[in-house]
Design a protein around this ligand. Sequence first.
Ligand code: SF4
Length: 428
Amino acid sequence: MVKVSRIERNSIADELGVVPGTELLTVNGRPLADFLDWEFLTADEELVIEARQPDGEEIIYELERLDGEPLGISLEPPSIRRCANRCEFCFIEGLPAGLRKPLYIRDDDYRLSFAYGNFATLSNVKERDMARILEYRLSPLYVSVHATNHDARKVLLNNQRVPDIKAQLARLAAGGIQFHCQMVIVPGLNDEAVLEESLSDLWNMGDAVLSAAVVPVGLTQFSHLYTGKTMDRDTARAILEQVEHWGERAARERGETWVSGSDELYMLAGRELPGPEHYGEFAQIENGVGAVTSLRMRVSAGLDRVTRRDGQRIGVVTGFAMAPLMKELLAKLRDASGADFELIVAENSLFGPTITTAGLLVGRDILTALGDRHDLDLALIPAETINEDGVFLDDFTLDAVRQSLPMPIFPSYDFIDVLESEASGVLA
Ligand code: SF4
């Protein structure tokens, strides 16, 4: 059963008299378990929908619609499938107590992998789910492989009952499903020979594996694996060498890089990031693969839209990871705008000093970084630090932080979004 949350006015559903709160039970005789069933079973033009109205009365809607005509029904959000693993490196395990509840949800949901690109391990996928993935052709899926070696994967996921990922992927691939894969590397557990085996196995799956990303583990000060240090430079370099070996082979034989180290891995290795051609369509940019290169491209492309701000002093808050790369970007922005940009590097007070990603800075960090900076005309903060409701991970709201600071602050994805001429009224 799925429940209606909203009906679009003047839509087919509106004309039929469907109201929010209605439970949708079957479509053309097939029961509805979730939004996926609804999406796929309502693709037909002729539909017989059994439903239960909010007053408990059951009703059958029969309708015919033109190809692609929307029904006008929005569903209540699905209940998220929980994770069956206890990964040694789980970021959620490494969250401090007292944050808002949704942050502690360990989702591991192939449906969200297909719908939103969330990574899933497929550990909790049952036979029925495999059949659905194949029947509905849920492709591509985003899969946290971590290691194709079964024994290594059991240790990494801390789950003795984890299915064999190679067999799962092979079966799905045979049914036409493709994957974007990631390996989060925990040195000593899945680097070196285990990583080599993983890359070799994924490579041998051919076109089924669209891309592979290799990401260094990020441990907060609350993780039991925490050592107080980030991955060391030599380890990051060794991992990158393996990755680049496969990437070069892929470029030669398939015409695309196929596998990439994340931006953070390059930074830990002290290596310059590759150019745009390396990332192709930036398939794993949300996973921190190519995000810096994309940012550089967007800044370069947007400089002619930046308005002059001669004499202004603009603070730019970031984490330690991005700091070395910012100098060059801020110089370009200075030349384009005439403003004086100052890089302000903030430490993460919530997760500890090993978490250096700008997007994980919290409200308190912004307050600490900018609280006494009366000399700044305005400041830019990473837009990824707040959610769609304008709330930081530590529950500070953007409004509250703004009210406590001596200058206006603006969340920004690429600087241009705030500094371009359209925003000049906001900044005046
Ligand atoms: S799969 Fe692992 S990392 Fe992801 S939520 Fe589950 S335990 Fe955490």
